[in-house]
Design a protein around this ligand. Structure first.
Ligand SMILES: *Cc1c(COP(=O)(O)O)cnc(C)c1O
Length: 469
């Protein structure tokens, strides 16, 4: 099993190599040369496996060079009740006959990003230790990625985290989750700018190969394949939970921003999991909805601020992985398309021959508004007595519109409501429930450094900080 770049100009590499590297040197994204396949026989055998054991079966296909006992230890250590609240890790909650909620937000920071991040942190440490190497993580967050990454990497040997967040734009709860960490290897930087500005800073510094080498930069956003691979597991887990027979189709509704989560669903489907539809749900930032409806991909210059802020994304990095498959894994073609995207600001795949067959990948899409979000939160509370957060609500809203008779619909829960109190108060007239262990979080002392939206200043700060040890 080796990994190739979507742009076709990087050498093939092993899982251990690309896990530490993130982006390929030719600026493409790594994908496996071929998707490993899962047989009906295997699916049958996997029924009833605990989460960590299922993760082992799937991840060993993606990382065959990791010694099995080491992989098993990493996964047993990450996926258990103390870390994720239950042995199931990602329990399925049935709302009504044929409609289910896949609960992904019971990890340390109450968002689905914990699932991949808890494994990534342990994996990094495992890969770095024998090489006596250090890795610097430079990331950008609108809230959930940053806290999930910091909680997974805090205190880990050989790892240092610089996390950029847009100053004043996160919820008080999200801010406290990050800024209340005081570990020496965690550096919180509040940028005077938007999330897009933060992402642009990361891109600028990562594009500087000299700096990347000198700082040993790694990535924790969903361009990192190791993260995506870990997310594939819960699609299998959910499918096994809601089916009894061998090839029963199931549809998944996924609140989407950077196209990471739903891309993992695409990978699961390509591996042979009987997924009927992958329902891409966006908020008012509907770049992905437009793409799947029309074939036109038009990243916006800025994202609109909405009440599902973790989906306020104007450019969906992981879409490149899907388009690579769509064009028949033709790297030349992909590179030509991305060159046009860079020069013209948009591409129109409806003019390509491959678009006629796009439906075979099972994607459909829809967008949700603030009003839809509030209405869905209220409806689920009234009908099912369950509180869902604004992002999950976007997924449920769009998912129900695409519900088909006889096909179970699994809606992915991506965060818990307590992270987005203001919108929950607007929807329900009262603050959301707070899980045990999070009382008083917002009043803990906070530590962060405010910086200008300036790549040069950031570069100096990172070099200084690292020189000081
Ligand atoms: C990150 C995030 C999303 C978007 O997921 P992508 O993988 O970027 O598509 C949706 N909801 C929540 C709560 C998130 O944190």
């Amino acid at each position: 099993m080796d990994y190739i770049s979507t742009r076709g100009r990087s050498a093939a590499a092993s899982f251990s190599h690309i896990a530490l590297d993130g982006l390929a040197p030719d600026a493409g994204l790594y994908v496996p040369r071929e998707y490993p396949q899962v047989s009906a026989e295997e699916l049958r055998r996997w029924r009833g496996l605990p989460y960590a054991a299922l993760a082992f079966e799937i991840l060993r296909k993606f990382a065959p060079e990791l010694p099995a006992p080491a992989l098993k230890t990493l996964l047993d250590d990450a996926y258990n009740a103390p870390v994720f609240g239950s042995d199931e890790v990602t329990p399925v909650h049935t709302l009504e006959r044929g409609v289910h909620l896949l609960r992904l937000s019971h990890g340390p920071t109450l968002a689905f990003k914990d699932i991949a991040m808890q494994w990534l942190g342990r994996l990094f440490e495992h890969l770095l230790a024998p090489q006596d190497r250090e890795l610097t993580i430079l990331g950008a967050t609108s809230g959930d990625t940053g806290s999930a990454a910091e909680h997974a990497l805090r205190g880990r040997r050989g790892l240092r985290v610089f996390m950029l967040s847009p100053h004043g734009r996160m919820s008080p709860f999200q801010r406290a989750q990050m800024y209340s960490l005081h570990d020496a290897n965690i550096v919180n930087l509040a940028v005077d700018g938007s999330f897009d500005d933060c992402q642009a800073l990361v891109k600028t510094l990562s594009a500087d190969l000299g700096f990347r080498q000198r700082m040993q930069l790694g990535a924790v956003n969903s361009i990192n394949w190791a993260r995506l691979a870990a997310q594939v597991v819960y699609y299998f887990k959910a499918w096994l939970a809601v089916t009894t027979g061998d090839s029963e189709p199931v549809s998944f509704a996924v609140p989407s921003g950077n196209f990471g989560n739903v891309c993992a669903g695409h990978v699961a489907r390509c591996m042979g999991l009987p997924i009927h539809r992958l329902i891409v749900a966006t908020n008012e930032n509907d770049v992905l909805d437009e793409f799947f409806r029309t074939g036109r991909y038009r990243p916006r210059t800025t994202a609109r601020e909405t009440s599902s802020p973790s989906m306020d994304i104007s450019r969906a990095s992981n879409l490149e992985r899907f388009v690579f498959d769509l064009v028949g894994r033709d790297a030349e073609r992909l590179r030509a398309l991305w060159a046009r995207l860079a020069s013209e600001g948009e591409i129109d795949l409806s003019r390509e021959a491959c678009w006629a067959e796009a439906s075979r990948f099972g994607f459909v899409s829809g967008a949700s508004t603030h009003a839809d979000r509030l209405q869905t939160i209220r409806a689920l509370w009234r009908r099912h007595g369950i509180e869902i957060d604004p992002h999950t609500a976007d997924g449920v809203h769009v998912g129900l519109q695409h519900r088909e008779p006889g096909v179970p619909l699994v809606c992915l829960e991506t965060a818990l409501p307590v992270k987005f109190e203001a919108t929950m108060v607007e929807a329900l007239g009262r603050p959301p429930m707070r899980p045990a262990g999070f009382d008083g979080l917002e009043s803990l002392p906070q530590r962060f450094t405010r910086i200008a939206n300036d790549a040069e200043a950031l570069r100096r700060l990172m070099l200084d900080h690292t020189a000081r040890g």
